[in-house]
Design a protein around this ligand. Structure first.
Ligand SMILES: *Cc1c(COP(=O)(O)O)cnc(C)c1O
Length: 412
């Protein structure tokens, strides 16, 4: 490459942002901070300022930045073998799929890369199962989804989004989906007919603002799906792997779906690793050549994924999430009426509704940034808090102190 193609990389914050805006597609509206390093629960920007990371890569960084066990697994595998394609066996696929299946209490794992790909995979799997096992007539299958869902960005997935921004001008859309209200089991039961092959929900709706369904909903969905011979698919890409204080958000109601869809933290914040995990009753519907991915289940992904399963197998992170999550909820409760109109939380995961009289979610996140805490707004007035699961008691307090101070900043 000729040297005039290389760009100077020791710039000021403003210069980095200008360079991004000049050449990186404008599909995001980032906060004005340029990060260079991360360690544990903290990141450092290009000017040397430190921030407590309370977004954690939308929960891809549950184990923090640079967790030693994950880095060691990746480094070790980088030097050995990184990609084979699925044209050949490699020595880690069996171990990764066996260990992840065991964590899920399932039989079979189909590894992919991004979350959206895993969701697409689950949709294809459900349709295939519906036609070949359930006996639905050709091209008649329907899948039931919840309103205000977020499952990714592909054409088929945005086809059943109810967010106009995610959807507008991306048509024509994929047919075969029905929307029902999230949290309403009766509506779900009524929407099911003989051609329904699957119900796809997030057990907690993350992007919608950490929306938690009423108690008993997940259990009811489980019963309705069993009764109607419909595959219950839980998108646990964001809610799973320790975030909600349990291995899976479905565990809160002791419910096991037929299919878990996993991603984000499965790659340890190092690389994209996703998976569809199910029983053989369902996964058995897919045969050689019917689905695939060049990178899915590659040796590097399996090495990192195994290390992630290893961290979760101890239960330590789920425990931290539950205990520190209780502290987070306690502290947030003290802000209700003081700039916060309400909040929802489970484990180390909270959606905090900001009093519109104080400012927007975005303004609160900008004020938090100035006070050394990274968080992200959603849907105008909600601030989502999802620190890494390696935060300490003191750091949870620090985050809430900063939020209280940010709300005071804006009130004046
Ligand atoms: C992030 C997310 C996805 C999409 O994952 P990508 O890796 O961004 O494609 C799907 N479902 C849920 C619940 C998510 O949070």
């Amino acid at each position: 490459m000729s040297s005039d193609l290389l760009v100077e990389t020791h710039l000021s914050t403003a210069q980095y942002i200008e360079l991004d805006e000049a050449h990186a597609a404008h599909t995001y509206h980032p906060l004005p901070v340029v990060l260079r390093e991360g360690a544990g629960a903290w990141v450092t920007d290009v000017e040397g300022r430190r921030y407590l990371d309370c977004l954690a890569g939308y929960s891809a960084l549950n184990f923090g930045h640079g967790h030693p066990a994950l880095l060691a697994a990746a480094h070790d595998q980088l030097d050995r073998l990184t990609l084979t394609s699925r044209a050949f066996h490699h020595d880690l696929l069996g171990a990764f799929t066996a260990e992840l299946a065991a964590l899920c209490g399932m039989d079979a794992v189909l590894p992919m890369n991004s979350g959206a790909e895993a969701v697409e995979t689950a949709l294809k799997l459900a349709r295939k199962w519906g036609y070949e096992v359930k006996g639905v007539s050709p091209d008649q299958a329907n899948i039931i989804v919840a309103r205000d869902n977020f499952h990714g960005r592909t054409i088929s997935i945005v086809s059943f989004s109810t967010d106009p921004t995610a959807k507008a001008n991306f048509g024509p859309f994929t047919p075969g989906f029905r929307e029902v209200a999230f949290g309403d089991a009766d509506q779900l039961a009524q929407a099911i007919d003989a051609n329904t092959v699957a119900v796809l929900i997030e057990p907690i709706q993350g992007e919608a603002g950490v929306v938690i369904p009423p108690d008993g909903y997940l259990r009811a969905v489980r019963e309705i799906c069993t009764e109607a011979n419909v595959v219950f698919m839980a998108d646990e890409i964001q809610s799973g792997l320790g975030r909600a204080g349990t291995t899976f958000a479905c565990d809160y109601e002791n419910v096991r779906p037929d299919v878990y869809i996993l991603g984000k933290a499965l790659g340890g914040g190092i690389m994209p690793v996703s998976a569809v995990v199910s029983t053989w009753d369902v996964m058995g519907a897919l045969h050689p050549g019917e689905h695939g991915s060049t990178f899915g289940g590659n040796p590097l992904a399996c090495a990192v994924g195994r290390a992630v399963v290893g961290l979760l197998a101890t239960g330590e992170f789920q425990q931290r999430s539950a205990v520190l999550g209780a502290q987070l909820a306690d502290r947030l409760a003290s802000l209700v009426g003081n700039g916060v109109v309400g909040f929802r939380s489970r484990g180390l995961w909270a959606g905090v509704d900001i009093d519109p009289a104080i400012g927007t979610g975005r303004q609160v996140c900008e004020a938090l940034l100035r006070r050394g805490v990274l968080a992200k707004d959603t849907h105008g007035s909600t601030v989502r808090l999802a620190p890494t699961l390696v935060v300490t008691t003191g750091e949870v307090d620090h985050a809430i102190d900063a939020l209280a101070a940010a709300l005071t900043d804006l009130a004046h």
